[in-house]
Structures are given as structure tokens and as C-alpha cells.
Design a protein around this ligand. Structure first.
Ligand code: GAP
Length: 563
């Protein structure tokens, strides 16, 4: 995990240093929409450029497109988004607030879990009731098992893919069994067994919602049976559960009939599918080949908290790799591994990354196999990127809805087929958040706390800070000359205000890997001018000739490794 136990410090630093601001903040903000400030825009651009270089320039068979955000409404019928891109919602009639029904049930379960743990600890701590060594031992085992499971539950339930839920349910069964053993000789634990049964039962009902009646009916029934109240108003006055489409719809053209409605794209991928034929016809590509794209996507997320992790307007970077059916499984594995390696290559610490395959019954409607690349954010393990084997679903759908042929003729083998697609899809905002979280450190330095962003120097918004020690012409002139010389190759910042210590700390918080200080010793001594270069990560300093500065910085960038 990063040094952080919540996103709060990142949110404050992001605002204070000019990385990320709430959108329309002076009007009270717009929920789940964010603006990138001067440092944020550079960081985001560097990450985007690094992705683009990796996905296109490093491959001779991957090309780019930049499709429009508006697309023909039929695209979204073909893709399944009109029919299936829904969340189950329920409204509190009293407060008129809308909640995601499954999340509401999850929150209720969390409350029960907390109560269970509190009650159990109260009971255990009442030493009068624990009479013999044997009981103490059994109880101690149960407690440590519960502690472990509760933290697993918290992690896995932050993971909306539900990947770990089965592990969690079987763990609860284990605790249940242990408690029953206690029950045999000890008069009180039925209460705990009952509490656990209720929790496990609810988890089970939630996980299997949609298998008894429809999803909406099953979720509604759980809410009713458990008398789950609205978190804010406390009322138990619900509407039915209804499916709520996540796409934003707007009017196109000057009239406003329903037929003129278009959607803001909820993913960039469809812009690639509808251009598959254009790209094939114009770029002389042969299968396997890929099309990459970066751009905005929009989703009317209902539960949109957690800063730039879940936004209503966000940026995706997607690549669709078109392959011959039969080679898809191998290509899927290859891309999953490649993409995980890229995150490490970008300097994200290995222990904070993992892959999590989706269980078969949780696959999206279009996928034959899928896995998340997850990062250990301060809010738990969460998806940063998805790798999907989308089969020929999208091209087949678009061929059917558009009436155009979207197959491929393999000249060499004289065969025709609809290509399968392996998709890599990563959120740029989530990546930016990951880079910030992984870089964040607080260190004790001379009795003070130094906040520093130890990110890959290639991604840093400012790569070199240039400081004259004091405001004297001689020092300022050389500092400006260095600024001018380095500007072509690196992103630089000239700063002559405040003490040198304060300037270093400001740049530490901005993630600037190298600071160059021009002082009298370097300018007035015999021979070539020299400056001090100060390294962000270990704060070490080195005196170097001005003529060697660019080379030293270049080497420092190349050799950088995350601590
Ligand atoms: N074309 C496939 C697709 O869109 P997805 O898992 O829905 O798949 C891919 O999204 C990536 O987009 C996610 O891994 C995540 O990084 C990013 N993403 C999705 N919804 C997001 C949101 N509301 N806010 C920020 N990023 C989001």
C-alpha cells in the first residue's frame, strides 16, 4: 500500500499544489467532475504520451485514431449500451435521493459487520465471562480469525468486481464453525452465530440477486425484508428498484425530438470498432493489428465519490487488437502480461500491483475472458485497467446493425473471418491517481515532515527546478541561461522567491526530481561555472559543471528506480 490510509492527503495536496481541482469550484463544485491544474495537466499529458509511445510507436502494427465523442445513436444499440449499460437504482420518496440498490445493501451489511465485531469484542473483553484457559484460547482464535476476515471483507467489498466475495463467504463459514465449537461448551455465543448467519445470508442473497426473480425484484426484496433505511433521511419509504442507464443523452441539431437524441460516448472503444474498416482500407494493415485511441468518456455514475477514481467525465486510453479467431486466448494472455509490465516499467511499485481475473459468471456481456489490473489504492485494491477478450461480438453487432461487411480476408490462407478483439482499456485519471498515490511519501527530516512525490522523473510535471541562491544579477543571469538551455529538452521552472530550503520543499511536493542551485562558489571560482544539483529522492547534492548538467539529468532519469 502507499503511505496513505485514505485519499484525503492526496486530495489536499492535489488542490494545494495545482494538480487537480473540483470542477466549477467557485459555484460549489460539480459532483464527480474535476479540472486539472498547471501541474496536473503536465502529469496527465506525460502519462498519456508514455502510453501512446508504448502502444503505438513501439509496435509496427498498431495505429491510432481520434474518433468524435458524438456517434450515431445506433452505435450504442449495437454495442449493447442502450439495453444493458444500467445500474439498479432505488429512490427514497422522502428525501428524493437516489441510491444504487446493491450499494445500499452492501452498506447495510457493513453496519451489521461492525456491530457484530463490536459486540463480540465487548463480550470477549468482559474477562469475568471467560473462565478457563480453554475458552480463552478458543475465543482468541476466533477473534484473530474475525479480524483477518473483516479486513478481507473490507478490501474485497471495495472491489466492485466481486472477485473475492466467494473467498470471503467461505471464510465467514469457517468462523461460524469455530463459534459453534465454542457453543458446545459455552453458554453465550448463539447470539454471535445468529449475527453471523444473518450477515452471511445477506451476502449470499446479494451475490445471487437476479437468480430468483429479476435483478431489480431480488434487490427490492432484500431491502424490504431487511427493512433497510435511507442513509440520510432514515426513512423506510422506497420506490421500486429500477434500471437507470449510465449514458448521458443530449439533443443534436436545432429541433428536439427524441429521434435527434445522441449520447455522449460512455467508452472510446466503439469509435475504434466503427473505424475498423476505414483503417484497414487505408493503412494496409494485416491481421494481427491494433488501433489505439485516447479520449474523453462520460458515464452518469450514481455512486461517484473517491475523487478522480470514479468520475462522470473521464479519459480513457484504449487499444483494440484484431486477431484471428483461435489465436485470441494466447493474445489475451500476452496483452495481460504486457500491460502489467508496463505499469511496473512506469515506476509503480510491484507489490502494489496485481491482476484479478473476472470469474466467468461476472463477465461483461461482450467478453469471453477478462481481467483487471488492480492497484492497491488507499481505498483498497481497485481496477486501474481492464483487459478483455471481446471475441467478434462488436464487429458482428456493427455489421448487423449497419448492414456493412466488417470481416477480414486473409490473402495468404485464402480465408474470410470476423476478427476477434483483445482490448486493453485504462483510465487516464485512475492512472494519474495511481502515480500520485504510489509516489506520495512523508518523511521526517531534521524534526520536520517532508512531503515528497517520488514519481518517475519522466512523468514529473516539472523535471528541473532552477534557483539562483539569492536575487543577485550574476546568479540570476546564469540561472536564466541554464533555464533557456534546458528548456528544449526538459520541463523546467525558474524560481527565485523564498529561502532555498522552502523552494526545495515546494518542488518536493510537486515531484520535481532535480533542482539546480546557482551560487557564488560556482560562479566566482576559477575555471568553468559549476552549480549544485539536488536529487529529490535522497536529498543528496552534487556539484557539476554547467556544461555537464543536461547529461547528468539525462542519466538521473534513465537510472531512476522506485524505492
Ligand atoms: N471499453 C471497455 C471499458 O470501457 P471499463 O472497465 O468500463 O471498460 C475501462 O473501463 C477503464 O476506464 C477502467 O479500468 C477505469 O480505469 C476507467 N474508468 C471506467 N469508469 C470510470 C469512471 N467513472 N471514472 C474514472 N475512470 C473510469
Amino acid at each position: 500500500m502507499s503511505n496513505l490510509d485514505s485519499l484525503d492527503k492526496i486530495v489536499s495536496l492535489a488542490k494545494a499544489r495545482g494538480f487537480i481541482f473540483q470542477s466549477s469550484e467557485i459555484y460549489g463544485g460539480l459532483s464527480a467532475v474535476y479540472d486539472y491544474g498547471p501541474l496536473g495537466v503536465e502529469l496527465k499529458r506525460n502519462i498519456r504520451d508514455a502510453w501512446w509511445k508504448e502502444m503505438t510507436r513501439r509496435h509496427d502494427n498498431i495505429v491510432g485514431v481520434d474518433a468524435a465523442i458524438f456517434m450515431h445513436p445506433k452505435v450504442w444499440e449495437a454495442s449493447g449500451h442502450v439495453g444493458g449499460f444500467n445500474d439498479p437504482m432505488i429512490d427514497d420518496k422522502q428525501s428524493k435521493k437516489r441510491y444504487r440498490a446493491d450499494m445500499l445493501i452492501e452498506q447495510h451489511i457493513h453496519k451489521l459487520e461492525k456491530k457484530f465485531v463490536d459486540d463480540f469484542f465487548d463480550f470477549v473483553n468482559d474477562s469475568n465471562k471467560i473462565k478457563t484457559e480453554k475458552y480463552r484460547k478458543i475465543i482468541a482464535d476466533v477473534v484473530s480469525s474475525i479480524e483477518e476476515k473483516v479486513s478481507q471483507v473490507q478490501e474485497s467489498y471495495q472491489d466492485s468486481s466481486g472477485v473475492e466475495n466467494e473467498v470471503m463467504v467461505s471464510s465467514f463459514n469457517q468462523i461460524n464453525k469455530q463459534l459453534k465449537e465454542v457453543d458446545a461448551e459455552f453458554p453465550h455465543p448463539e447470539k454471535f452465530v445468529n449475527q453471523l448467519n444473518e450477515i452471511i445470508g445477506l451476502y449470499y442473497n446479494l451475490l445471487t440477486a437476479g437468480s430468483r426473480k429479476s435483478l431489480t425484484e431480488d434487490l427490492y426484496e432484500i431491502i424490504m425484508e431487511n427493512e433497510i433505511r435511507a442513509p440520510e433521511s432514515g426513512a423506510f419509504d422506497w420506490t421500486e428498484v429500477r434500471q437507470f442507464n449510465l449514458m448521458f443523452k443530449t439533443q443534436f441539431g436545432s429541433t428536439s425530438t427524441d429521434e435527434d437524441g445522441v449520447y455522449l460516448r460512455p467508452e472510446t472503444a466503439q469509435g475504434i470498432f466503427v473505424n475498423y474498416k476505414n483503417v484497414m482500407d487505408t493503412s494496409r494493415t494485416t491481421i494481427p493489428f491494433g488501433i489505439a485511441q485516447t479520449g474523453k468518456a462520460f458515464r452518469n455514475e450514481v455512486v461517484a465519490r473517491q475523487f478522480v477514481f470514479r468520475m462522470r467525465e473521464f479519459e480513457q486510453m484504449e487499444m483494440q487488437y484484431f486477431v484471428k479467431p483461435g489465436t485470441d486466448e494466447e493474445e489475451y494472455e500476452k496483452w495481460l502480461e504486457k500491460r502489467l509490465e508496463w505499469h511496473k516499467f512506469m515506476g509503480i511499485r510491484e507489490e502494489n500491483l496485481r491482476t484479478a481475473p473476472h470469474p466467468e459468471d461476472k463477465l461483461a456481456h461482450y467478453a469471453r475472458a477478462a481481467a483487471d489490473i488492480q492497484y492497491k489504492y488507499p481505498i483498497g485494491w481497485q481496477e486501474v485497467e481492464g483487459i478483455h477478450n471481446r471475441t467478434d461480438f462488436d464487429l458482428t453487432q456493427h455489421a448487423e446493425f449497419s448492414g456493412k461487411k466488417l470481416d477480414y480476408f486473409d490473402q495468404k490462407n485464402q480465408e474470410r473471418f470476423v476478427p476477434y478483439v483483445i482490448e486493453t482499456s485504462v483510465g487516464l485519471d485512475r492512472l494519474t491517481l495511481m502515480v500520485l498515490c504510489d509516489a506520495y511519501r512523508e518523511e521526517e527530516v531534521d524534526g520536520d515532515t517532508r512531503t515528497v512525490l517520488k514519481m518517475n522523473p519522466k512523468l514529473a510535471p516539472t523535471q528541473v527546478g532552477i534557483f539562483p541562491l539569492i536575487k543577485k544579477d550574476k546568479l540570476q543571469d546564469l540561472a536564466h541561461k541554464i533555464e533557456k538551455d534546458l528548456r528544449e529538452e526538459f520541463s523546467v521552472l525558474y524560481d527565485d522567491s523564498g529561502s532555498i530550503g522552502k523552494r526545495y520543499r515546494r518542488q518536493d511536493e510537486a515531484g520535481t526530481p532535480f533542482c539546480v542551485t546557482v551560487d557564488f562558489d560556482g560562479v566566482e571560482s576559477e575555471g568553468e561555472d559549476t552549480v549544485t544539483i539536488r536529487y529529490r529522492d535522497d536529498m543528496s547534492q552534487e556539484r557539476v559543471p554547467v556544461s555537464k548538467l543536461a547529461e547528468v539529468i539525462r542519466d538521473g532519469m534513465k537510472d531512476w528506480k522506485p524505492e
